[in-house]
Design a protein around this ligand. Sequence first.
Ligand SMILES: Cc1ncc(C[n+]2csc(CCOP(=O)(O)OP(=O)(O)O)c2C)c(N)n1
Length: 688
Amino acid sequence: MSDAIEARTPTRKRSSASPAKSAGPLPSPGAVHADFSDAELLDLYRALLWPRLIEEKMLRLLRQNKLSKWFSGIGQEAIAVGVAKALQEDDYILPMHRNLGVFTTRGLDLKTLFRQLLGKDGGFTSGRDRTFHFGTLQHHIVGMISHLGAMLPVADGLALAMQLRDEPRVAATFTGDGSTSEGDFHEAVNLAAVWKLPVLFVIENNQYGLSTPVSEQYACRDLADRGVGYGMPGIVCDGNDLLAVLRTVRDAAARGRRGDGPTLLEFKTFRMRGHEEASGTAYVPDALFEEWAKRDPVLRFEQVLDQRQLLPADERQTLRRTIKDEIDRLVDEVIAEADPVSTAERELADVYAAPPAVERPEPGPARELRYIDAISDGLREAMRTHPPVVLIGQDIAEYGGVFKVTDGFVQEFGKERVRNTPIIESGAIGAALGLALEGFRPMVEMQFGDFITCGFNQIVNNLAKTRYRWGAAVPVVVRVPSGGGTGAGPFHSQNVEAWFTHVAGLKVVAPATPADAKGLLLAAFDDGNPVIYLEHKFLYRSAKGDVPSGYYTVPIGEARIARAGRDATIVTYGVGVPWALDAASTLAAEGHEIEVIDLRSLLPWDVDRVLTSVRRTSRALVLHEAPSTGGFGGEIAATIGREAFEWLDAPVSRLGALDMPIPFSKALEEIFSPKARLLSALRELLAY
Ligand SMILES: Cc1ncc(C[n+]2csc(CCOP(=O)(O)OP(=O)(O)O)c2C)c(N)n1
C-alpha cells in the first residue's frame, strides 16, 4: 500500500541486538471507536494523511537536493495529530522536530509552511531559521530551538499566564524520550507540579535518542513512572493509536482546565527512519522495524475505517491523490520562488523590538536612597505601573530575597505576582519567556549573579534569538546581583557581563548610582526586549544618592559623564565608577583633570559619548572589575583605537582583574582586583 514506510536508508549493516523495547502484542484494531461519529473518523483520517503525504514529498525533495535537512516523523503522526485534534484552538502547543502533524492539523497556511521548510522568504522565519524552528502566536504554536528540552519551561510560563488570567486553557509541550534526561525537563515538570500549572508534558517515546536506545537513556520502566515522583499523574498510552491518543489528551487537558495541574503523558511509538535522513539506521534491529510497521498509525486507522465500512479502498486512493496533487502544486510554486533577499540593515533592524512609545508622567522630587533601596523603589514602581509585571525568583516572596530587594512585596502585590520558585534558573527564565509571549512583563531574580550560568541557554539561545527568528518580542528582565569586594569567593563574586554582551538580541545594563539603578530598571521594563540588569552587590549599601520619585527612567544606551576633565578619560561602569572617581580626585590634587565616563549600558553602549570625550582628552583608560582577557573593555578599547586613533597621544590602556578566579580571602581578592592598580595605570597613561 502507498502508506508503507519507504525503504529506509539503503546501505546499512543490520544490528542484531535489541536494546530498544519491543512493542508487545498488537491490540485488536480499533477495538473501541463507538464514541466517534463517521464524520469525525473521516476528518481524523484526513488529518493523519496530510503529514504523512507531505513528509513523503519532503523525502523526495531531500533526495533531489532541494531540501537540506529532514527529521522524519513517519510512524509517529498519531501523536502530533491527536494532540492538536484533542485540544482547543487557543490551547498552546510546543512541538518538536518530528511533529509536522501539529502544524497541518492546526490549519497553518500550507504555502507559508512550505516556504518555511524550504527556507524561502515569506516563510515563518523568512529563511532565518530552519524547519520547525518557529512560532506563530496566531495559531498558539511556539516552536522549538535546537537545544533539546529548552521549550519545556516555556510551556510552564504560557500555562502560568492562563492560570493567572483564570482561563481554562492548557499548554502541551512535546519532548522525545532522549530529551527527558535534560535538566530543563526536570525543572519544567517539577515547576509545573509545584505551581499546579495546566501543562501536558507529551513524551514521544520512539525508542531512540539519535543512535542511543532507551535502555541507555533511562533506568525506570516507563518514563511516565516519573510522574509520581513529581506529584502528577503519569500515563502510558499507545502512541500509534490515534483514538487512544485523543482520549488520553482530552482527559489530561480536562484535568488542566479544572485546575488540577499537569500530566505526564508517555506515548509509545517508534522512529521508522534514521534520526535524520543522512544518519542511517544500522543500529536498529530489523525485527523492530518489522514489528512496528504492523502498528503504523495510518494502517491502524484504516482498519478502524474498515470496521466501520467507511471510505472504500478506491475512495481512499482518490483522497490520497487529491492531497498529493495539492501538495505537489504548492511545493512546485514555492520551489520556483527566489531565495530570501535582504540587506544588513533589514536583518539588524529585526534583532530587537522597537522600544514602545510610552508617555510617562514627570518623575517627582528626589530623595536620598541607597543603591539597593533604589532598586526596590524601581521595582515597586514597575509593579504599580504595569499590572503584567510578575516577579519570579528564589526566596523572593515572604523572605524578601537574600538581599531584601523584594521585602514587603508580597504584602503589597500578593503571592501571584511575587513568586518563589524551586531552586531553578533555567526553568525560571524559560517560564518567564512563556509569560512574556502571553503579554506579561516578567522579571527573574538570580539569587546571585554567578548562578546565571545555570540559565545560560535560556538567555543566549531562547530569550535573545526569538525576536529575530520569528518576530515575537520577549520583554524579560533578568536581575543579576554581581561583582566582588565582599569576600564572597569564586562563586558569589563574578562579573558576568562579557558572557552576555556578545549576544545580539540582549540588552545589558550596569548602573553605578542609585538614580541609575532605578532609572535603568524602569527603562528595562519599558524596553520590550530581554534585558540583563547587572546590579553590583558592593554598591548595594555603599552607594547613596538622590533618586527621583515616581516613574523615573534612564534611557538604555546613554552613558553619562560622571566627572568632567581634560587630561584623560576613564571609561568604566558598575563598581569601576566610584573607583575611577576616587582616582580622579587623587590625581586632581596632583594637577591632572580626569574625565570619568559611566557607561551605564553595555549593550548597546554609547560609542559617541566615549569617542567625543577621548577625542578631547587624547588619552583613554578602560576599566572593569572583571578579568581583562575577553572582558568587555576589549570592545571599547578596540573601538577607540580604530575611531579615535588620530586624536590619541597614548595607546588605549585596559585595566581589568587578573586572569584568575576571584579568591575568597579579602587579602587575595585585593591581588585579583584592578582597584589597587588603577592609580599607577593612570599615571603611566598620563606620562606616556
Ligand atoms: C541540548 C542538545 N543536545 C544534543 C542535541 C543533538 N540532538 C538532536 S536530536 C537528538 C536526539 C533526540 O532524541 P529524543 O529526545 O529521543 O527525540 P527524537 O529525535 O528521538 O524524536 C540529539 C542528541 C541537541 N539538539 N540539543
